[in-house]
Design a protein around this ligand. Structure first.
Ligand code: NAD
Length: 483
């Protein structure tokens, strides 16, 4: 069985304790993963603080080069990383390969961004310059849905800005991140990136630690709240990318056949385990039956299985706890609606859930109001557009949403009324390293990606210089007065 080690202060380290990492497709053991002791976590934090001194002085052009080397290394190790990702996360191998490509693209694009000082005021009284300073040590606490992509899009902006990093993956998907640590060991100076793994116990300690300046967290809203309260004592900077309950709002002028496939893709991507996947669809009464049938047909034809099987289109749910949660929502879906695709899990080892579509379900059901974070899609019928916009906005989530229409001005006016960080029109889940992803309400605080996402890893600093007037400038007013 493959061995995995943590990266602490530039060295690959074992630990005294380990946990088993399970393949969600069949519940076999992929490998054992080290779990850092509190002492090892302290060593990583100390190393990151020591490395910060030199790393922040390293010209940004050199930091940029090292991020490009990381992107190149991802490309070289693509097959190995993708296979590991499928084994521990469950997604089909071609999608794991795409995740490795995306991770490289985020490194390249974010690594190419600029943090130049800007001039706010420059007159005869003062010169005011705005600078962006690194924060210090950042702890990146990550979930299990896109381990490699999320690690990369936290590494790139944090390091480009001159910070050093502690990466802590989720305990159910630690192996790809450990492999990444091994791959980048020779690229970054010791201590600049540290990878430590745990058994779900180190997050609160990182959050409260006085020598960590920022937490960049992606995960559940519940954990985000715990982090916010844990970070209060040290007033840490926080970026929290949390849960979503994205609605797709279909207007009555769409061509059902045109949009059903796109809505289906954006709902079941990564088996629904995406923060900005479509989690609920609102369809006008006039199109409701046709839309339900079209999406249900696509779901029924989909191949769900072991991601290593080349015919597989959708992998399992990632872990036992999430599987149990989805089974609970399936139970509620049967109670509150009509299941028109999927609905019954196969009786075999692994966390396979067929793509499930639910109709005749209403707001107020937990399947609609909450975020199952799995392959279950409720389709809600609406009659009144103003009412449905209001209902969508009542959600405590505010990550993304989408409007589907053949009339663009109409779609834009509806999009302007949705209270979410991103509103897509005639697409959903379309993102990239140069497009910021902000969150509203309980979906998070701050922004990931784009220039704004990069700036979240910095502190704004003002340099304010008094201009001493020259002798001729001092004489100038008197001359004017005499005239
Ligand atoms: P989670 O919150 O349970 O765990 C995420 C990470 O937080 C793990 O590394 C875990 O060890 C750590 N953690 C757990 N308790 C902690 C605590 N008290 N303090 C600090 N760290 C702690 O989330 P998950 O189950 O891994 O992911 C699923 C959820 O994440 C879903 O709700 C989903 O919407 C959300 N998510 C959001 C985004 C986004 O970008 N908004 C992306 C992926 C997942």
């Amino acid at each position: 069985m493959q061995q995995f080690k943590m990266l602490i202060n530039g060295r690959l380290e074992d630990s005294e304790t380990t946990i088993e990492v399970i393949n969600p497709a069949d519940e076999s053991t992929v490998a054992r993963c080290p779990t850092a002791s509190v002492e090892q976590m302290e060593q990583a934090i100390k190393a990151a603080n020591q490395a910060f001194h030199d790393w922040r002085q390293t010209p940004i052009s050199e930091r940029r080069v090292q991020l490009i080397l990381m992107a190149n290394a991802l490309r070289i190790h693509k097959e190995e990383l993708a296979t590991l990702l499928t084994s521990e996360q469950g997604k089909p191998l071609d999608q794991a390969r795409a995740e490795v490509d995306y991770a490289g693209a985020f490194c390249r694009t974010m690594g190419d961004m600029r943090l130049d000082p800007s001039l706010l005021i420059d007159n005869n009284k003062q010169r005011v310059e705005l600078q962006r300073q690194p924060l210090g040590v950042v702890a990146a606490i990550m979930p299990w849905n896109f381990p490699l992509l999320i690690a990369s899009y936290k590494i790139a902006p944090a390091l480009l800005a001159g910070n050093t990093l502690i990466l802590k993956p989720a305990p159910t998907t630690p192996l790809t991140t450990l492999k990444l640590g091994e791959i980048i060991q020779s690229i970054f100076p010791p201590g600049v990136v540290n990878v430590i793994t745990d058994n779900n116990n180190l997050g609160p300690l990182l959050t409260q630690h006085p020598d960590i300046q920022k937490i960049s967290f992606t995960g559940s809203t519940q954990t985000g709240k715990a982090i916010m309260s844990g970070a209060a004592d040290t007033l840490k900077r926080l970026t929290l990318e949390l849960g979503g309950n994205d609605a797709a709002l279909v207007l009555d002028d769409v061509n059902v056949e045109d949009v059903a496939q796109d809505i289906f893709n954006a709902a079941f991507i990564n088996s629904g385990q995406v923060c900005v996947a479509i989690k609920r669809v609102y369809v006008p009464e006039s199109l409701y039956d046709r839309m339900c049938d079209a999406i249900a047909t696509l779901a029924s034809r989909a191949v769900v299985g072991n991601g290593m099987d080349p015919t597989c289109q959708f992998g399992p749910v990632q872990n036992r706890a999430q599987f149990d949660k989805i089974c609970h929502y399936l139970h509620i879906a049967k109670r509150d609606g009509t299941i028109i695709a999927g609905g019954t899990q196969p009786d075999q080892p692994g966390f396979l859930v067929p793509l499930t579509v639910v109709r005749d379900i209403k707001d107020g059901s937990p399947v609609v109001d909450e975020e199952p974070f799995g392959p279950i899609l409720p389709i809600v019928c609406y009659r009144d557009l103003d009412e449905v916009i209001n209902t969508i906005n009542c959600s405590s989530s505010g990550l993304g949403g989408s409007v589907w229409s053949s009339n663009l001005p109409r779609a834009e006016s509806v999009a302007n009324r949705l209270d979410t960080g991103t509103v897509w029109i005639n697409q959903h889940c379309a993102f990239g390293p140069d497009i910021p992803m902000p969150a509203t309400k309980e979906s998070g605080i701050g922004v990931e990606w784009g220039q704004q996402g990069l700036e979240e890893f910095t502190a704004l600093k003002v340099i304010n210089i008094k201009r001493t007037p020259t002798a001729s400038q001092l004489r100038q007013p008197q001359t004017t007065l005499r005239q």
